[in-house]
Design a protein around this ligand. Structure first.
Ligand code: ZN
Length: 438
C-alpha cells in the first residue's frame, strides 16, 4: 500500500497529473531557451549541467548495486541457516538487515544511548565551533522566545569579543510543532544599511525528560544534531552584503555540504572523550564501543544508496525526456530495467508520490543534490585528515574563508577549489560508503 500511493487508478491517482506537469515543464524550459527542464534547473546549481549530475550518479550506481548483491547474499545465508525457506524479497529486506547487523556488529542502540546526553552534546558542538571558528556561546535570557522551553545563546568571537549572532535551541516536541529536525534563520546576516547580525534556530522533536533527568538520545539523533548545527554555523559565519545571498541561501546541490560536513566531528575522540559521558558514572564512551559504531557505519550502504539513487536517476531521466508524452508507470519500469535495479529494493520515492519532485519545482531534476553534497562532504573532510586532523586550525580557516562565510556570493565550484586546492573527487565518498575494493 505504501509503495503504491498515488498509483491505484482511483480518484487519488497521480499519473495523469504527472504527465501534464512534465509536459508543461518541458514547454516552459523551451520558452526560456533551454533544451529541457533539467538543463534550466541545473544552470544555477553547482553541477551546472544534467550531464555532470548523471555522470556522478552513474559512477556511484554500479558499485552500490554490487554491494546490494552482497547484502542480499548475507541475508539469504542467514535466512537459510535459520531454516526460513524463503527467497529475500523487498518486504524481507529491513527485517533481515537488522538480523545481519546484530550478528555482524553486535551493536545495540541501547548500549550507546546512556553516553549521549542532549545537553552534554550541545556543549560538545559549542566546543567544536570554538575550535573551528573561534566562537564563544553565552546563554542569555533577555530576548523573546516563542515557548518557555526555548533557550538562547549569544555567539561572540573568542578573541575580539565581537557580537556574531544569536543561536536559539528548541529541542522538544510539543503539539502543533512540525516534525523532524531543522534549522531556520529568523534573521539573515547583511550590511546593506549597516551591520545586521543573524538569528538562527536549531529545532528538534525530542521527548522532554523528567525534571532533573538527562535526556538521552540515539547516535543517529546526535549525528542529526551536529548536522543541523552545521546549517546554523553556515548562517553564523556569513559575512556578505546582501541578505538574499547570505548564509544558507546557496545552490540546492551545495546547501547540505556544510551541514553534512559537521556530522564528522561527532565521532572525533576529542568530542567523545569530553562530551559522550555516561549519565550515571560520568565515564566517557569506551573505545571498543566507538570502534563497533565506526565499523558498522558502512553497513547497509548498498541498500541506502540504491534506494535513494534509483529515485534520483528516475527524476533526472524524466526531466531529460523532454516534451514527449510520458506514461510515468511505464517510464519508471523501463528505466529501472535498463539500470539493472536489484529486484529486492523499491525506489525510496516512486514517481506517483515523489513529493520532492512534483510537490513543487523545488527538487525537480534535483534529487541528486544529496549525493552531490555528500561527495563534497567526504572529500572536504579529507582535507582535515590529510592535515593535522579534524581540528587543524589552518584547514578550518580555509573552510571559514571559502565555504562558511561567503554565502552565495561566489560560484560554489570556485569556492570549493579555494578550500581544497582542486575539484572534488568521488573516491572519499566511495570509501565512506564502503564501496569498491575492501
Ligand atoms: Zn540539512
Amino acid at each position: 500500500m505504501f509503495i503504491n500511493r498515488g498509483d491505484n487508478g482511483d480518484e487519488h491517482d497521480n499519473n495523469a497529473a504527472i504527465t501534464q506537469i512534465l509536459q508543461l515543464r518541458a514547454e516552459r524550459a523551451k520558452l526560456l531557451g533551454y533544451k529541457t527542464h533539467a538543463h534550466w534547473r541545473l544552470e544555477n546549481a553547482m553541477a551546472k549541467t544534467p550531464e555532470r549530475a548523471m555522470e556522478l550518479m552513474e559512477a556511484v550506481w554500479k558499485p552500490a548495486v554490487a554491494r546490494v548483491h552482497e547484502e542480499v547474499r548475507d541475508m539469504q545465508a542467514l535466512a537459510d541457516k535459520e531454516g526460513a525457506k524463503l527467497t529475500i524479497e523487498p518486504w524481507d529486506y529491513r527485517y533481515y538487515m537488522e538480523k545481519v547487523r546484530k550478528a555482524k556488529y553486535d551493536l545495540d542502540q541501547n548500549e550507546v544511548k546512556p553516553y549521549l546526553q542532549l545537553d552534554k552534546l550541545r556543549e560538545g558542538i559549542f566546543w567544536v565551533a570554538g575550535e573551528l571558528f573561534n566562537f564563544n556561546f553565552t546563554q542569555v535570557t533577555n530576548v523573546p522566545v516563542a515557548h518557555p522551553d526555548i533557550r538562547v545563546w549569544e555567539v561572540t568571537d573568542k578573541t575580539t569579543k565581537r557580537h556574531i549572532g544569536l543561536w536559539y535551541f528548541d529541542p522538544y516536541a510539543r503539539p502543533g510543532k512540525r516534525s523532524g529536525a531543522w534549522m531556520n534563520a529568523y534573521r539573515s546576516q547583511e550590511r546593506v544599511n549597516g551591520e545586521v547580525t543573524t538569528i538562527v534556530s536549531n529545532n528538534a522533536n525530542f521527548i522532554k525528560g523528567k525534571p532533573g533527568e538527562p535526556l538521552l538520545i540515539s547516535w543517529d539523533d546526535a549525528s542529526t544534531m551536529f548536522h543541523e548545527f552545521g546549517h546554523a554555523l553556515h548562517g553564523l559565519n556569513s559575512n556578505v552584503t546582501y541578505p538574499t545571498l547570505a548564509g544558507t541561501a546557496v545552490a540546492r546541490d551545495y546547501v547540505e555540504f556544510p551541514s553534512q560536513l559537521m556530522e564528522h566531528w561527532l565521532s572525533t575522540p576529542e568530542v567523545l572523550q569530553r562530551f559522550a559521558l555516561h549519565y550515571q558514572t560520568g565515564k566517557p564512551i569506551p573505545q571498543t564501543l566507538v570502534d563497533r559504531i565506526n565499523r558498522s557505519s558502512t553497513f547497509n550502504q548498498g541498500f541506502a544508496t540504491v534506494e535513494y539513487l534509483s529515485a534520483a536517476l528516475v527524476d533526472m531521466k524524466l526531466h531529460l525526456a523532454g516534451d514527449q508524452k510520458i506514461d510515468p508507470d511505464q517510464f519508471e519500469r523501463d528505466t529501472l530495467k535498463e539500470l539493472g535495479m536489484p529486484k529486492e529494493i523499491v525506489m525510496r520515492h516512486r514517481t506517483p508520490h515523489f513529493l520532492h519532485v512534483f510537490g513543487s519545482d523545488g527538487y525537480s531534476a534535483g534529487y541528486y543534490s544529496y549525493l552531490w553534497s555528500d561527495v563534497l562532504t567526504a572529500d572536504a573532510f579529507g582535507a582535515f585528515v590529510e592535515g593535522k586532523g579534524p581540528y587543524d586550525k589552518a584547514v578550518a580557516e580555509r573552510l571559514r574563508k571559502n565555504i562558511f562565510s561567503v554565502g552565495n556570493t561566489i560560484d560554489p565550484a570556485e569556492a570549493y577549489r579555494g578550500f581544497r586546492g582542486r575539484d572534488p573527487k568521488v573516491d572519499a565518498l566511495m570509501k565512506k560508503r564502503g564501496f569498491g575494493p575492501s
